[in-house]
Ligand binder design. Sequence first.
Ligand code: DGJ
Length: 744
Amino acid sequence: MSIFYHEEQQEFHLTNGEISYIITVLRNGQLGQLYFGSAIRDREDFSHFLELAPRPMAPCAYEGNLAFSLEHIKQEYPAYGSGDMRNPAFTIVMENGSRISDFIYKGHRIYAGKEGIEALPAIYVEKPDEADTLEIILEDSLAGMELVLSYTIFKEHSAIARNARFICKNPEGILLDRAMSMNVDLPDKEYEMIELTGAWSRERSVKTRKLEHGVQSVYSMRGCSSSNYNPFLALKRPQTMENEGEVYGFSLVYSGNFLAQVEVDTYDVSRIMMGIHPEGFSWRMKDGDSFQTPEAVMVYSEKGLNGMSQTFHKLYRTRLARGAWRDRTCPILVNNWEATYFEFNEEKILKIAETAKKLGIELFVLDDGWFGERDDDTSSLGDWYPDLRKLPEGVSGIAKKIENMGLKFGIWFEPEMTNKNSNLYRAHPDWILSTPGRKASHGRNQYVLDFSKEEVVDYIYKQMEKVLEEAPVSYIKWDMNRCMSEVYSHGYSAGEQGRVMHQYILGVYRLYDRLTKKFPEVLFESCASGGARFDPGMIYYAPQCWTSDDTDAVERLKIQYGTSFVYPIRSMGAHVSAVPNHQTLRNVPLSTRANVACFGTFGYELDLNKLTLEEQSQVKEQIAFMKEYRGVIQYGTFYRLISPFDGDGNITAWMVVSEDQRTALVGYYRILQHVNTGYTRVRLEGLNPDFCYHTSILDRDIYGDELMKAGLFTSDASSGENKEKYNGDNGDYQSRIYILEAVN
Ligand code: DGJ
């Protein structure tokens, strides 16, 4: 891995043998984008990559020269207004109202390793030789601004992490009106854009559309990254599949408002940019201030979508997630939300915990409803002390009893919210985000605390700290159940309101930071009405995230499949819940509920005492299975095999392979049973061709090359004879997990 600087041509080449990224200093001192893609050999001069042909009708920088037009040059971090007519990566506004800028190369720095970003989550390295970083320093002397563009290339990952930092050196100050984290101008438009879209309880559906002229984008203006769109997009060639073909993936390490867009201009150049959503954002900078954008991660794969996802998985699992839990497998948990909702008392909880212990569960999680006087969702958020009607001996009482059973204890918080019916709100009505003179909308009867204010974050921290100090808490589920509206902070002047949404997210990160530092052994799971904040920013603090409030196993196939485009299996909260399912009323067999949930962090979310004895013994087996294989599932290489978004979506298949390739698990799911169907095989991936794998269910020893080339034979015996049970089951919603163990 290296970063080359070719002085004569003023070109930078970042490469690690897998990918290359090439930047040039243009004749006007600004930066041009020469190449991003599969690694190419280094050379002294890449200037032939710069296409400069005369363009008579374009705005040109030099008289007598019709070729140097920013409208036509592929740029690194473009501005609007000096010839480039496309959307800009940033905008500064000078004191005189001018929005024109001219950032000129001033110097650069190349160093081994990677520095963090102040107050923001970012990829890190453990040793300097894991990555090299290039910082390019640009200056706009008239505006009195410096701009530092940072790029880190990793030895082990086909990825580049980047951000932009603005430094104000102007005594009059400056207004930063837009500051994206990245921009890439790719030379053609023959791509399909993949986005992860949805809504509450149907998060991260995979949608693919052909790039067209004009702007196509995904975004959030909800104050959180949202279940509607994820801060991610990919561009793949039309022929790219899961396991072959070219794809670029772009992901933003941020949990607030974002914009990710591709603009295809009428010369067929595709401009991709990603960063904080400019709507409502403006950052007034004084002399000496600096503003650093969140980090964007750009991945390139020639090995299809799985190749892209595997790069994100490994990078995010090993160098974004942190702390004691990064390398530990997830404890198998039971959560009482769908078991009891708000109606519980200590006795009821202890009964569930007792059965959980008997069945092999390791962690009990007490969800919403333990604090204040919260009998429904209309009260008490912000009053983080135990409701003694439900828990007579407080949190510490119940936590100790659960610990004494040999289980760990976890608890739910929703730190960023309050209800009007709460002691917090009665004491501090000005602590919610609300616009003077306007009505404040509620969401789920609650209001958003103004986390852009230090005192609010501090107050919540102290309450949470008290609970954690008094009770043996091993896990926190941090929920967030509404998006923001009427955003305005009473802590900022009129001219500073454009900071509020970003400052809010910085407040969330600050609280996470304080808690994770003070309680390093506590495992955090993030959550936002299910997966409305399933983003890389959260993974930095909480290695797992509740994937969706929809716990129906059939629905979960799509949700988990889509989530796996970016996020590691180890990060996906997935639970077995009761039937009929509470969201869909569907009756999915217990085996399939577990076979879906086990490709995640795995747990149960039902009243275990309501299961029959036979079901309880099935649960015991599921837990034993998970304990044996969770290392492979959570730390192996994941491959999507058959997409629930393709065709009629009846079959989904995925697999995971251990690092040493000796163990693999294949999850095969069929939604509806049909009669007398055709024969089916699934070609597996990632096995060692020379290993012979004992393949469960088929109960045969089969070589890796056979399984990858001829495929795993999945034809259903019941397709001809529906009464005969295939492996003990048939009918709708069936699934199998094939266990492959190398025998040679
Ligand atoms: C939304 C979460 O996604 C659920 O799992 C649960 O914790 C509820 N909130 C509790 O209010």
